[in-house]
Ligand binder design. Sequence first.
Ligand code: HOZ
Length: 428
Amino acid sequence: MPYSKSETLFQEACKYMPGGVSSPVRAFKAVEGHPLFIQKAQGSKLYDVDGNEYIDYVSSFGPLILGHAHPAVLEAIVEAAQRGTSYGAPCEAELELAQTICSAFPAMDKIRMVNSGTEATMSAIRLARAATGRDKIVKFEGCYHGHGDSFLIQSGSGLLTAGIPTSPGVPQATIQDTLLCRFNDAASVTQTFEKHGEEIAAVIVEPVPGNMGLVLPQLGFLEGLRDITRKSGSLLIFDEVITGFRLCYGGMQTITGITPDLTTLGKIIGGGLPVGAYGGRKDLMDMVAPEGPVYQAGTLSGNPLAMSAGLASLRMLQDGDLYDRMDVVSYYLCGQLQTLFEEQGWFYTINRMGSMFTIFFTEEEINSYEDVKTSNTEQYARFHRALLEQGVYFPPSQFEVCFLSAAHQLEDADKTIAAVEKALATIK
Ligand code: HOZ
C-alpha cells in the first residue's frame, strides 16, 4: 500500500509536535512503520491521505461506538454549531445530557461535565480526598485513569506501551499517596487496607481494564472492592471512561449491580467530541463548587457542540438491539479468529467482552497485569503491520483494546478474518 503522503506529513509533524502526535500511543512507536494520517472516516472504515481504506478496530480508542460520521451525530453537531460553538453559560443540551446519563446510571444522583477522562478522574479523586479527609488513593497495576499525577504509577495505556512504569515529573509525595494493588488479586487489596485502611480516600478501578489490553474481572473481585471500601470508610470510584455505554446502555455497574460512590465517564458520552464527566452520590457531588468547596472548573465544559453530539449518540444507543448486534459480530469474529490461530498453531489468547477484544500473543491465560506482560509485543508489532497491509487497522499497541462499532457488519468480520490469515502467514 502507498504511504508516501502520510510519511511526508509525519516527518513535518515531528518538527512541531513531540513524536509528531497529540497523544503518545498513536505515534506507532510500539509497532512497525509510521502513523497514518487519516483523511476521513465513515462507518467502520478509515481512509488515509494516500487513499488506502481500512476496517477500523480503534474507533478513536472507544468513543465511536456508532461508527464514524454517523448521520444523526453529524446532524446534531451541525445544527448546534449554527447556533454558536461555546457560550460560557449553561445550555439545554448540557442539561439533557446530564439527565440522560443520570437516568442510565442509578448510582449517579448528580454529574459534572468536563472535557476529558483525565479531568474526570482527577476531579473524582480530589472530591474523594475532600469528602474523607484522607490522602491515599488505591489504583491497580496496568490500569490507566488518564495522565493526572496520581495515576501515572505502574499505569497502563501509553506508559505500558512505552515501558515507562512511572512518569518522570510526578512528585515523590504524590507517588507515596498512590498505593498499588494487583487487579483480580483480592489478597493484595486486603493487605493494602490492613496496612493503610485509615488513610485511603478511595479505590479507583477500571471495572473491566481496557488499558493493558482487555482483562476481565474474576467473579467476586469487584464485589470485594465494594465491601472492603465500605467497611474502611473509603470511597469506590468506577472509572467507566471506556465501559460507560460500551457494554450496555449504562455501565459495568449496571451489569454487576455494584453501586460505586463515584463514577467517571468519557469517550462515548461525547459522541466523538471531547467530553468527560464525573458523578455519583448527591452528598458527595454537592461538595463540588459552586455548591460546595471542592474546586473544579473548565472553560469549555458543557459546550453545546459536545453535549449535542453526546446526546445524539446516547439516543441512538437507547435502541438496545445495537448492543446485541455488536455482540453477534464480535462473538463471530473472535470465534473465527480463535479457530484460525489454533489451526495455524499460534500461541495466543483472545479476551473478549461485548464489542471489545484483545488478541494477546502469549499462551498464558490473561487475568492480570503480570499475565499481560508475558505477551510477545514484537510479534504483535509485526502482526499489526501485516494487518495494515491487508487493510485492517488494529490499535498500534498490544495494550490497547480493539473496539467494534454498530457500523461493523459480518462482512467486515469476514474480511478481517481473511486479512488475519494472510497477516499470520506473513509473520510466521
Ligand atoms: N488513553 C487513550 C488510549 N487508552 C489514548 C490513546 C492515544 O495515545 O492516542
